[in-house]
Design a protein around this ligand. Sequence first.
Ligand SMILES: Nc1nc2c(ncn2[C@@H]2O[C@H](COP(=O)(O)OP(=O)(O)OP(=O)(O)O)[C@@H](O)[C@H]2O)c(=O)[nH]1
Ligand SMILES: [Mg+2]
Length: 325
Amino acid sequence: MDPRSTADAESRSTHLAERVRDGDPRAIARAMSLVEDDTAAGVELLRALFAHTGRARLIGITGPPGAGKSTLVDRLTREIRNENKRVGVLAVDPTSPFSGGAVLGDRVRMGRHFADSGVFIRSMATRGQLGGLARATTDLAQILDASGVDVVLIETVGVGQGEVDIAKSADVCVVVLAPGSGDEVQALKAGIMEIADLFVVNQSDRDGADHLVQAIMASQSLRPAEPGEWQPPILKTVATTGDGVAALWASIGRFLAQSPSSSTERRRTRHQHRLRELLAHRFLTSLEQALPAGELDKTVDRIAAREVDPYSAADALIARAFSRR
Ligand SMILES: Nc1nc2c(ncn2[C@@H]2O[C@H](COP(=O)(O)OP(=O)(O)OP(=O)(O)O)[C@@H](O)[C@H]2O)c(=O)[nH]1
Ligand SMILES: [Mg+2]
């Protein structure tokens, strides 16, 4: 590569990093696009910003489709803004058949915050990638963190493992359920009951809210807590009116204050996942570069034709790629 263009790229990303750190919303949006598109400039930027991260609290909001997560995120955002804290919102848009048009819906629901410079909102498409989604979410949260937001709210639909992983790796995980839709059964199946630090029974203005509270209590009694361990509280909210949201925010605060060690542990887990992912990605890239073009595809064809098993094929490819070095 032309050394001048490399130097240009570096100075551009340094400049962009500075603007991100100033909290410039256009710079934040640009930075996020560079990262989401998996560009070299995006990596350069994350590198430059990393030293300035670690301050923001990540709050995962997950639950079945339509439980009221976006409406709740909107209300929480207002609550947090009342304390004069800055908020970033990452809404992971499921392109799953469960939920249609979330991008537009989220935009409309979050509309009142668009003019507020203390709030930055970004919708992320899932694009079917799994590990990639968790990675992209972590990276975008880091950009927000470096830009000086105090809280990052991450909305994911708790339907797939990828989404559940994202919520789980936040500093606190809020599981939102709503009465009357068989949510508790669905949530149990998706494995999101185990990851809750707090439960929210939203839409508690509707019939069946108390029944749902009972069902959650019953599911929790199956796993008794150790003495001194945090017991996930069950909070009732009506996100459309804001009822119970102040109490929810207070409870989140209590969790964060009481469980610093679990928070440290989760941060470590996030870094661990990220490092392993990077290593796997880089390893595969250098493997591909070391092999003749088309070699991986040829091997796939041979596996499909049962000429070789995938285990021996993997060993052979690694031996071939790295023995010449
Ligand atoms: N009655 C009632 N309706 C609510 C409440 N909270 C949300 N809703 C409505 O429920 C619907 C779904 O709300 P959303 O906030 O979009 O739910 P979501 O969980 O973000 O949905 P997805 O992102 O599509 O999974 C909307 O029509 C809301 O107005 C509530 O507390 N009570
Ligand atoms: Mg939503």
